[in-house]
Ligand binder design. Structure first.
Ligand code: FES
Length: 922
């Protein structure tokens, strides 16, 4: 037994002295508030205090911690409580998986320094990564806690929720460390599942005697393709289930699942690949689109002739004729890299078999109903036999739309008839999960002498990797958006999603639109330069707006506030340009640059039915419950939808209870993606709330403008003719209403003409960068955002979405490049830290969307799209160099600027499954 002093109490625990302290806290003592995101000291999610100083508890052995004072997020302390309140008030916790680590690092700081300045806070938080928030609200929260300026909790009254900066309804558990993520709970006695993955990008393999191996290794079972009881295939597209749960003699990418090891945790962890009877026959691998399209390249799938999974197309007008007569033309080829979601929570969950073929899977996910369908197919049972219970989701950004652990767990639980749990390692998560599609984009654009855009073409190849995932969605969304949020009468866009032997690419915040915007916005800058126009001016005179026709032939009838966004930015743009000019007049090496970019983004699926159903019940015990199938992955849908329901129903938000995401209890609200939940599910919730309100008023014979209030089971309805009191317990049944909303779209024809989306988000951003022209290093100093959100249901959460989108856009522009086998951890794959963040100012534009709830539309993806092109525009302004490849790593920019020794860049190659290097304790 090891004795630990945890939160002031001596605890005896049976633990391996070499086990990481984080593991002993979680598995030995049940203190799951301490999170494990990487087990390598890179993410800081496991930060605790040891003898008063912050440490990564994954880097401290249990033996090292013996006798030391350990303080975790579960500690009771007034200063920690003040920090918790500040985090809530500032919206500093989104998905919340980093929040315990952030709080402990902040706690450490404020105990040492009661009045830190901003730099000290950034420094103290520098070892904890957050992928959601962009850090700024966290920094403000720490400063608030230090300075005693924590805002009082919002006192909501009926009718005041929409538009109010309410703290998240699920925030208290996140700051207390009691939120339950995929790795935080499992049935007692659950077996552990570990997946053995392919070390080869393309190979055949044969399996030897697995039963002998199982017996020799002391495992409960070794699973392979032959153990899958139903169809050994899953995939996003209804007609394209191309990815096996376990590979069957053939693998198409490094990281593909081959075997499943089941047993005690320490036993499955101890197995080495060499212990298993797998004979590999490596095959030549197709890395990158060029190799896959080359003459004679092997065909990776029957469904993809010449490895082309799908093509997208849009045509309007006559682009070639317009180019021939244009006053100004430009073109370019642009390249983007694989980008990793880098959610701090690795995929995790458990499965528990029931009777008569039933299976319950609890896991982090963005799409519980799709998970149910996929899992049922793999098990060979009806959908109804499977129940998906979403755990809290520690970040998704599109990466948890595809199933990961769900079918693996379900197969394992079915085979053993026992509960099974698993947690991906960081390396496993990064090697096996989907990525943002690398793109090669050849684009052309033309304008007349007045700077009016006349033509645009794009030919885009997207590396969709070994399996289809969301490749078709990307290939179809990009042609619609690629010419940007501008009036362009002649457009011809073509895209291909191409299979390779690289990691599957899927959904990542924008579905290809961020890549396309990098090309388009660079061409807009080109045309401005050629015509002698200001970059703001050329965008303003071409900005699409109400009454205009999109390249898809859709008339924008409402909520198209790009011009207002640009107008809001104009004073700061002019001031920024003046500041840059003054600085650069006297500085040769460290130059400033100002950049600008715009974006539009269709909310919801592209030209497909996209429904959401919401249910609300007023029970006879006086409780109001929203059965909300929209999974909140940190973006705040549970809060925003509650605000919408509260005001539509006419009650204070505090009286609402919610059941979220459980497929056995909630109707299908669709997946959390494509910036659709506020718009689509919010509208369904609003309709349901209105219907319930009508039922209540009808019961009381009251008019539409009556108000009601609940006091236990007494419902008091006040109208023009006085007040009536209903005793709910006397009703025969609960009052239950359901509403379904499917945004109106029209399918696209062969030329991409139709109505792909019911509404679009619009935004513009300007960026100020400082470039060290000798080293090629770029520091983003300011981003100013103007975004048309229709109606700002919750400005606090919207600001958080925008900050987080800017952070991810900054990473896309300057630092993030996933290379299979080389950057499968969070120290070789770099994401922005607190110190990388620029100052951000936000102008919210509210051009109401008539279809949206209270006029609202989607926010999450639009926040990211313009950031990278705005930064590239600013780099070009500073250096004169038009960068056509992201990320703009220092050596790449240095090479383009020319001169001097380039900074070192090559990374060492990693072997698959190798443990990441450890940085050492903080
Ligand atoms: Fe920080 Fe999600 S809130 S990682």
């Amino acid at each position: 037994m090891t004795a630990l002093i945890v939160n002031g109490t001596r605890r005896e625990v049976a633990a391996d002295p070499f086990a990481p302290l984080s593991d002993t806290l979680r598995e030995g003592l049940g203190l799951t508030g301490t999170k494990e995101g990487c087990n390598a000291g890179d993410c800081g999610a496991c930060t605790v205090l040891m003898d008063g100083a912050q440490v990564c508890s994954c880097l401290v052995s249990t033996a090292q911690a013996e006798g030391a004072e350990i303080t975790t997020i579960e500690a009771q302390d007034p200063l920690l409580d003040r920090l918790r309140a500040a985090f809530l008030a500032r919206g500093a916790a989104q998905c919340g998986i980093c929040t315990p680590g952030m709080l402990m690092a902040s706690f450490d700081l404020l105990r040492r320094n009661a009045a830190p300045d901003r730099a000290a806070v950034e420094d103290a938080l520098g070892g904890v990564l957050c992928r959601c928030t962009g850090y700024l609200q966290i920094i403000e929260a720490v400063l608030d806690a230090a300075h005693g300026t924590v805002a009082a909790p919002f006192a909501g009254i009926a009718g005041s929720a929409v538009g109010a900066p309410l703290p998240r309804v699920d925030g208290a558990a996140k700051v207390a460390g009691t939120e339950r993520y995929g790795a935080d709970a499992a049935p007692a006695g659950a077996l552990w599942l570990r997946v053995v993955r392919s070390p080869h990008a393309h190979a055949r393999f044969t399996l030897g005697d697995l039963e002998a191996a199982r017996a020799g290794l002391g495992l409960t079972a070794i699973l392979s393709a032959r153990d899958v009881p139903g169809r050994n295939a899953f995939g996003i597209m209804p007609d394209l289930k191309d990815q096996p749960v376990f590979a069957d003699g053939y693998v198409r990418y490094r990281g593909e699942a081959v075997l499943g090891l089941l047993g005690a945790r320490e036993d499955v962890a101890a197995v080495r690949d060499a212990d298993l009877p797998v004979a590999w026959e490596p095959l030549p691998a197709l890395h990158g689109v060029a190799a896959a399209l080359a003459e004679g390249a092997p065909r990776l799938h029957d469904h993809a002739p010449r490895n082309v999974l799908v093509r997208g197309h849009l045509r309007c007008g006559d682009a070639e004729a317009a180019f021939a007569t244009a006053a100004a033309r430009t073109e370019g080829t642009f390249r983007t890299a694989f980008v990793e979601h880098a959610y701090i929570e690795p995929e995790a969950g458990f499965a528990e078999p029931g009777t008569n073929g039933a299976m319950t899977v609890a896991a982090c996910t963005q799409a519980p109903v799709m998970d149910r369908e996929e899992t049922a197919r793999v098990l060979g049972v009806p959908d109804e036999a499977v129940r998906i219970i979403p755990t809290a989701c520690g970040g998704g950004f599109g990466g948890k739309l595809d199933v990961s652990v769900q079918p693996l767990l379900a197969v394992a639980a079915r085979v053993t008839d026992r509960p099974v749990r698993m947690v991906y390692s960081r390396t496993e998560s990064m090697a096996s999960s989907t990525k943002r599609h690398p793109a090669t984009l050849r684009a052309r654009m033309a304008a007349d002498a007045d700077g009016r855009f006349t033509a645009f073409t794009l030919d885009g190849d997207f590396n969709t990797g070994a399996y289809a995932s969301w490749g078709p969605t990307v290939a179809n969304r990009v042609p619609v958006h690629a010419s940007g949020p501008y009036r362009v009468p002649n457009v011809r866009n073509r895209t291909r999603a191409v299979h390779t032997n690289d990691t599957p690419a899927g959904a990542f915040r924008g579905f290809g639109v961020p890549q396309a915007a990098i090309a388009t916005e660079a061409l807009v800058d080109d045309l401005a330069e050629r015509l002698g126009l200001d970059r703001w001016d050329i965008r303003r005179r071409n900005a699409i707006g109400k009454g205009d026709v999109t390249p898809s032939g859709q008339v924008l009838h409402a909520s198209a506030g790009l011009s207002e966004c640009l107008d809001a930015l104009k004073p700061e743009w002019d001031e920024m340009l003046a500041r840059v000019a003054a600085h650069n007049a006297t500085h040769a090496r460290h130059r400033l640059g100002a950049g600008i970019a715009c974006m539009w983004y269709g909310c919801g699926n592209t030209a497909l039915s996209n429904p959401s159903t919401m249910r609300i019940t007023l029970a006879r015990d006086g409780t109001i419950t929203l059965f909300n199938g929209a999974v909140d992955i940190g973006q705040g849908s549970s809060t925003v939808i509650a605000q919408i329901v509260a005001d539509a129903l006419g009650v204070p938000i505090a009286v609402l209870r919610q059941v979220v995401g459980d497929t056995a209890l909630t109707p299908d609200a669709g997946k959390t993606s494509a910036s659709r939940q506020t718009f689509v599910s919010g509208r369904a919730a609003q309709d349901a709330a209105k219907a319930l309100r009508a039922r209540i008023l009808a019961l009381a014979n009251a008019g539409d403008d009556a108000r009601f209030a609940l006091d236990g089971t007494r419902l008091a309805v006040s109208g023009a003719d006085g007040m009536r009191v209903l005793e709910l317990s006397r009703l025969n049944s609960d009052l239950t209403v359901e509403a379904r909303y499917d945004p109106p779209t029209v399918p696209l024809d062969a030329d991409g003409q139709g109505v792909p989306y019911a509404t679009y988000g619009f935004a513009a951003q300007i960026a100020l960068v400082r470039v060290d022209t000798t080293l090629g290093k770029v520091k983003v100093e300011e981003i100013v955002v103007a975004q048309d959100v229709g109606r700002a249901v919750n400005p606090l959460l919207i600001a958080g979405q925008i900050h987080g989108g800017v952070a991810q856009g900054l990473g896309l522009a300057l630092m993030e490049e996933f290379i299979p086998g080389r950057t499968e951890n969070l120290h070789d794959y770099l994401i922005p830290t607190a110190g990388d963040m620029p100052r951000i100012r936000i102008h919210l534009i509210e051009d109401p969307e008539p279809e949206g709830p209270f006029g609202a539309k989607g926010v999450g993806e639009p926040a990211l799209v313009p950031t990278a092109p705005a930064i590239l525009s600013a780099v070009r302004h500073a250096t004169g160099v038009r960068m056509t490849e992201v990320p703009v790593l220092p050596h790449r920019l240095h090479e383009r600027i020319g001169g001097g020794e380039p900074p070192p860049s090559p990374l060492p190659s990693l072997s698959f499954g190798a443990e990441p290097r450890q940085r050492g304790a903080k």
